[in-house]
Design a protein around this ligand. Structure first.
Ligand code: SF4
Length: 213
């Protein structure tokens, strides 16, 4: 069984697949408390569903792209069965993880979007650094940037782990409403940073607090 916060069909707002229709499966529960977290409602709210029921709910949307997110989806053991079942059903499966749980048991075909928490999140010390050695070429690494300190931290991690060579994209996402995307753009351009600025598209299409989008 899984504890599911919500399953919905929307526009992918982040990653290199931003803009594409996608079914989102949000799992309940997280063992981090990032200072800028925008999904705190997923910490506790949820209902039990079997893997079969979740797969059926995803299939009803008839969409080839699925993202499993949270909360922290790797906290629930049955998420591995869910990923395998969705792959067997022919879906492209993305997994968004906070980066503090090992990703070594995630099926190889799953596209992992792995966060590296910056100091401004107040959770940087929890990072599982081994994950950066386990990235597949199709994976992506995301830094949420609150300020210049976070940016310099991200820049150093990208260089130390040569992340632009290890994975499909390094994503830099400014904290919505706190760091002006123009400022982050200027830093990226000035440093010729091998990264991709991303805005959370769904927060511009709908209001930043709208759920289920
Ligand atoms: S890992 Fe994600 S869900 Fe958990 S506190 Fe951080 S932003 Fe929120």
């Amino acid at each position: 069984m899984l504890t599911i916060n919500e399953i919905f069909y929307s526009i992918q707002g982040e990653s290199t697949r931003a803009g594409r229709p996608c079914v989102f499966v949000r799992l309940t529960g997280c063992d981090l408390r990032c200072s800028w977290c925008d999904t705190a409602y997923a910490f506790h709210e949820g209902h039990k569903q079997s893997v079969d029921e979740v797969v059926a709910a995803v299939e009803r949307h008839g969409c080839p792209l699925v993202e499993i997110t949270g909360g922290e989806p790797l906290l629930q053991e049955d998420v591995y069965d869910l990923m395998n079942r969705l792959l067997e059903a022919g879906r492209t499966v993305m997994l968004e993880t906070g980066g503090h749980r090992p990703i070594d048991r995630v099926p190889a075909a799953v596209v992992k979007i792995v966060d590296v928490k910056c100091p401004g999140s107040d959770e940087a010390r929890k990072t599982c650094w081994e994950n950066l050695e386990r990235l597949a070429p199709h994976d992506e690494v995301k830094f949420v940037i609150r300020d210049r300190t976070d940016y310099e931290f991200a820049r150093d991690v990208v260089a130390r782990y040569q992340l632009d060579d290890r994975c499909a994209a390094v994503l830099l996402s400014p904290v919505h409403g706190e760091l002006d995307p123009k400022t982050l753009s200027e830093w990226v351009l000035s440093d010729r940073m091998p990264a991709r600025l991303q805005l959370q598209l769904h927060k511009y299409i709908w209001s930043p607090s709208t759920r289920g989008v």
